[in-house]
Design a protein around this ligand. Structure first.
Ligand code: HEC
Length: 126
């Protein structure tokens, strides 16, 4: 498990790329999103309902902030849409874990991880 976590961390680091300059999105928030998302993914795999729910709820809250950022920024309809979807998926993970549907929760976590990359491709200058 430890090894898997390290590998996943490296993959995300590589995918994250170089710090972008000139955008005002809080990078601390993004770092916390990254840590929480990694931990959530392994907690879902471990069927740790308590931590999965807490972390999914945390992601839901943080994606609400990301959404507000892009709404305020303007001219970023796709980013607003991606943060809204990620927020909804995080909320759905809470419900899935509540009803012990860990497989579905895992699919939703996969959707969130793909949304990170999609948004970074368009909105994160490297
Ligand atoms: C709606 C768009 C969007 C989504 C969704 C998104 N990000 Fe980001 N992310 C950004 C942008 C824009 C930046 C660049 C911010 C900057 O450097 O000013 C960024 C930067 C980052 C960084 C670099 C922070 C730093 O210290 O420079 C990390 C790590 C990161 N995101 C992780 C994630 C992860 C993990 C997810 C998904 C769980 C995610 N992001 C989802 C838009 C998004």
């Amino acid at each position: 498990m430890r090894k898997t976590l390290i590998v996943m961390g490296l993959v995300t680091l590589l995918a994250g790329g170089v710090r972008a300059a000139g955008t005002e999105l809080d990078t601390d928030l993004m770092q916390t999103i990254e840590d929480t998302n990694l931990s959530l993914t392994s907690n879902i795999a471990l069927k740790n309902a308590k931590s999965s729910k807490a972390e999914a709820a945390e992601l839901h809250r943080m994606f609400t902030q990301v959404e507000s950022h892009f709404v305020a920024k303007g001219d970023a309809a796709d980013a607003v849409d991606l943060s809204k979807k990620s927020k909804d998926w995080a909320g759905e993970i809470v419900q899935s874990v509540d009803s012990q549907q860990f497989e579905h929760a895992q699919e939703l976590a996969g959707n969130i991880s793909r949304a990170c990359k999609t948004c970074h491709n368009f909105y994160k200058k490297s």
